[in-house]
Design a protein around this ligand. Structure first.
Ligand code: KIV
Length: 277
């Protein structure tokens, strides 16, 4: 019998209990191998609808479907054993009514094994969050810049500057009061993020927000330097894997054209190697 403690997955209540504590470390993942790497270091792995732009080349997150989220959620679940896995609800899957949101959230959780869902919106989504929470679906909120709303927000603009701060604060409050176990603050001024963090009872997870948030999240392909189509100011590149991959592919192409690959060690002889005596 093993004497080591079994792996236990982080729960939404444990995330909630981290309010004001050691910052929560969160990243997105969309595939099994990256999920394994993220799981080893993070408290939360988010299967973000950013998958549409990052892996599928879509111009925004609006074209992401339930089927895409389920497929990537299942792939990520195979690589996660410790972190809390959260799956994004895609555009159009929850806004119509709390009942529609429940149906799709339950499907996302049942078919992927996720421990929670994330949805975008503040005051307008509070009743839906309350409805889901009362029916055993833990919800992570997302306010400030909500990329599914770029057509009404007028693009990927900073939210909550000047007199607009109270609107974003009210959104964060509504989400927390409705029972979300945490709330993502995206692209809001640092002073506002700090105010919200001080005033809401649930952990704030910043992306383009403030170092004072209760946690931070980035899109993994952004911070690894794999997604380089554009780079928001809030992304710090911790790696340059895109450059490494381009160099490796160029080296392969050169060697194939020069007939230097495959070399003797990569091809098979006519007779099998004798097994060791
Ligand atoms: O879809 C996503 O990746 C997100 C995070 C960046 C918060 O919502």
């Amino acid at each position: 019998m093993s004497t080591s403690a079994p792996h236990r997955q982080v729960t939404p209540s444990e995330v909630l209990a981290r309010k004001g504590g050691t910052p929560l470390v969160c990243l997105t993942a969309y595939t099994t191998p990256i999920a394994r790497l993220v799981d080893a270091q993070c408290d939360i792995v988010l299967v973000g609808d950013s998958v549409g732009m990052v892996l599928h080349g879509l111009p925004s997150t609006l074209g992401v479907t339930m089927d895409m989220m389920i497929l990537h959620g299942q792939a990520v679940a195979r690589g996660v054993s410790r972190a809390l896995m959260v799956v994004d609800m895609p555009f159009g899957s929850y806004e119509e009514s709390p009942q529609q949101a429940f149906r799709n959230a339950a499907r996302l959780m049942a078919e992927t094994g996720a421990g929670a869902v994330k949805l975008e919106g503040g005051v307008a989504m509070a009743d839906t969050i309350r409805f889901l929470n009362a029916r055993s679906i833990p919800v992570m909120g997302h306010v400030g810049l909500t990329p599914q709303a770029i057509n009404t927000l007028g693009g990927y603009k900073v939210q909550g500057r000047g007199a607009d701060a109270d609107r974003v604060l009210a959104d964060a409050r509504a989400v927390a009061d409705a029972g979300a176990f945490s709330v993502v603050l995206e692209k809001v001024p640092a002073t506002l993020a700090d105010r919200i963090t001080a005033q809401v009872a649930v952990p704030t997870i910043g992306i383009g927000a403030s170092v004072g948030c209760d946690g931070q999240i980035l899109v993994v392909d952004d911070m690894l330097g794999l997604f380089t189509a554009f780079q928001p100011k809030f992304v710090k590149r911790y790696g340059e894997l895109g450059h490494s991959a381009a160099e490796a592919i160029a080296a392969y192409a050169d060697e194939v054209r020069a007939r230097r690959f495959p070399a003797a060690e990569h091809v098979f002889t006519d007779t099998p190697k004798a097994p060791p005596a």
